[in-house]
Design a protein around this ligand. Structure first.
Ligand code: 8YV
Length: 315
């Protein structure tokens, strides 16, 4: 039997590429110089799209594939997939939840520690001889025992909060409603109020049109000149212009960011700041997690083509 044709939107590690190539007729969208031509040539043969969280699949792509049945996302976030276009045609969508939760939470905590204790600058201080020439490194701010806010207490937010407890922090959270599994944390419905009470504010919300710029000027300024914002979700959850304005004016103390509007390009204003920690969207970027994500992408595709229940469906 012919292998089903799939459209691959972005590259995967070799250990995922080989089994994907073995099971499917793979058309590599990301390698095509003329993407419109590729879609015109192979679009009608495509039965599945394999994509990544940040790349998704837009309406034009979906419409160029009239026989599309399923979209398998390598990532927990599916905000870049046009779900409405999928619903209209009964196209199934899957993602890779759970397998990445702990690594994403770990990176959020690492970013908080790294920025609060000035570890990047301290490394330079050692390497460039400042330690020997100038003496002690400037003092930084404590993490343990302070107030943390978690905006979005889903799977990732919960794991962030669990880790923060190890630092004896006072933990509060915002979500659409109080969570029964968070009785030892304070529920604060209003994100502005949450920010006001927090030294560190973690953004761990699943992004959607409803959460766009939920962290706006008011939240940012409520966090204040001593506060730190940590984003391990999606850039769209934060009003980036308001964030940059506040960081430049000292109205927000600092920000540790793994995601950016228009990434991998980022607003050059970020590069001029010394109160930020900038990371290349790699919170799920460990060998262990990425292998599990790749497996889940293939398990969802295999289940679909075998007529079985999808392991991790979104739609
Ligand atoms: C990316 C992510 O998928 O899980 C998500 O939603 O954005 C990430 O895990 C990852 O960077 C691979 O592209």
């Amino acid at each position: 039997m012919d292998k089903p044709s799939i459209l691959q939107i972005g590259p995967y590690p070799q250990w995922d590429q080989e089994p994907l190539d073995a099971a499917f007729q793979v058309h590599r969208y990301f390698e095509a110089d003329d993407k419109a031509k590729l879609l015109a040539d192979v679009g009608s043969s495509i039965r599945a799209i394999a994509t990544r969280g940040e790349l998704g699949a837009n309406r034009a792509m979906i419409e160029a594939c009239p026989n599309l049945e399923v979209i398998s996302v390598y990532g927990v976030g599916f905000d870049a997939v046009d779900l409405q276009a999928c619903r209209e045609r009964g196209i199934r969508v899957t993602n890779t939840p759970d397998v990445l939760t702990n690594d994403v939470a770990d990176l959020g905590i690492a970013m908080m520690l790294c920025l609060s204790r000035g570890m990047i600058g301290a490394e330079t201080w050692v390497r460039d001889g400042s330690w020997a020439q100038k003496g002690l490194y400037p003092l930084k701010r404590r993490v343990w025992g302070r107030h943390a806010g978690v905006l979005g207490l889903g799977r990732i937010g919960f794991e962030v909060a669990k880790r923060l407890k190890g630092f004896d922090m006072q933990i509060a959270y915002s979500d659409v409603e109080a969570k029964p599994y968070a009785s030892d944390m304070t529920f604060v419905a209003d994100p502005v109020e949450l920010a006001k009470q927090s030294d560190f504010l973690f953004v761990t919300l699943a992004a959607s049109a409803a959460t766009r710029h939920i962290v706006g000027r008011k939240v940012i300024e409520a966090l204040g000149p001593e506060g730190m914002l940590i984003n391990i979700s999606r850039a769209s959850n934060i009003d980036e212009e308001a964030l940059l304005d506040a960081l430049e004016a000292g109205k927000l103390g600092s920000a540790a960011l793994d995601v950016f509007e228009g990434e991998p390009k980022l607003n050059p204003r970020f590069l001029a700041l010394n109160n930020v920690l900038l990371q290349p969207h790699h919170s799920s970027g460990t060998v262990e997690t990425r292998k599990a994500m790749g497996q889940l992408v293939r398990d969802n595709l295999a289940a679909h083509f075998a007529g079985q229940a999808l392991p991790t469906p979104v739609l």
